[in-house]
Write a protein that binds this ligand. Structure first.
Ligand code: GLU
Length: 307
């Protein structure tokens, strides 16, 4: 699917409206895997003369590392990845997420669930809707779940092609606010993508599986559907899948062009060797001009770890 196939796009005579974003969670410093996602979303946005926003998804304090949010922003700056507007922090947006919980609950689309992890596991891998029709006590700890249905959710990913998932089979009624009162990623991401009028999402394929839940929430809330592109999984030179953790080493802020050059090669760009000596600004400019999402390899083969 090309960008112009996006439902929100205009005919070729009117300019495409493009607002993209990079949305890191401050659970550690920016590493090579997150640089690939940042660069892919940046190149795609800038190649289409779009805006590129940065949103800090600091929703889950127990998983966050102090100072990581600032460190991520300083690294983006050091790499020349300058964003538009100001950074949005999800930690400042709890009232908005709570308002959506209230709206969905009032519409009988969400409900309180007091099941323990153990009870859920005992009844099957997928949540069975046990609390759906129970009037659970407001004073006891409870999660909030959204009701799902058996309609297949389909979408066309610009990289991964046609995707389909049936939520009731895949995950059942899913959590939008956790028992510890933290808002779930699925709800917050949908709320902010809509409010920030994001039209195009380019991110790692670890989130491909979450996308149908996000499309479903967009549908319930009457939000427009952005166009999605999930960059392929990372593999090593032997073709073995790598976790993000394997590449968790912090990027070197002092040598941005080395990692940028490698990341561009991994993303299927073929920067001329002469550019390896140039500044990262020149490298990025070359990347913007030559970006072609269709040229991404099926798997991203990353170089050995000493980055
Ligand atoms: N915050 C998520 C992460 O760091 C990314 C969310 C998104 O791009 O939708 O994995």
């Amino acid at each position: 699917m090309s960008v112009s196939d996006h439902p929100g796009s205009r005919s070729s005579s009117t300019p495409l409206i493009y607002i993209g974003r990079f949305a890191p969670s401050p659970t550690g410093p920016l590493h090579f895997g997150s640089l690939l996602a940042a660069l892919a979303s940046y190149f795609d946005a800038r190649h289409h003369n779009g805006r590129w926003l940065v949103r800090m998804e600091d929703l889950d304090p127990p998983r966050e590392i102090e100072g990581a949010a600032d460190d991520i922003l300083r690294t983006l700056e050091a790499y020349g990845l300058h964003w538009d507007g100001s950074v949005r922090y999800q930690s400042e947006r709890h009232d908005h997420y709570q308002a959506l919980i209230k709206q969905l609950s009032e519409q009988q689309l969400a409900y309180r669930c007091q099941c323990s992890r153990q009870q859920i596991a005992e009844r099957g891998p997928v949540y069975d809707g046990f609390c759906r029709d129970r009037q659970n006590c407001i004073d006891r700890p409870h999660a909030i779940r959204v009701k799902t249905d058996d309609q297949p959710i389909r979408f066309n990913d610009r990289i991964q092609g046609t995707q389909q998932q049936q939520l009731q089979q895949h995950c059942g009624d899913f959590v939008i606010r956790r028992k510890d009162k933290l808002f779930a990623y699925q709800l917050a991401v949908v709320c902010d993508d809509a409010e920030q009028q994001i039209t195009h999402i380019v991110r790692g394929s670890d989130l491909l599986d979450s996308t149908p839940r996000q499309l479903y929430l967009q549908q319930l809330l009457g939000y427009p559907q952005p166009c999605y592109a999930h960059i392929p999984v990372m593999v090593n030179e032997q073709g073995q899948k790598l976790s993000k953790q394997t590449y968790a080493t912090a990027l070197d802020k002092g040598q941005p062009h080395i990692a940028t050059f490698k990341a561009m090669q991994v993303l299927g760009l073929q920067p001329p060797a002469s550019l390896a000596q140039e500044s990262s600004t020149q490298l990025l400019q070359w990347g913007i001009e030559h970006w072609n999402i269709q040229a991404l390899p099926k798997q991203l083969t990353v170089p050995p770890i000493e980055l």
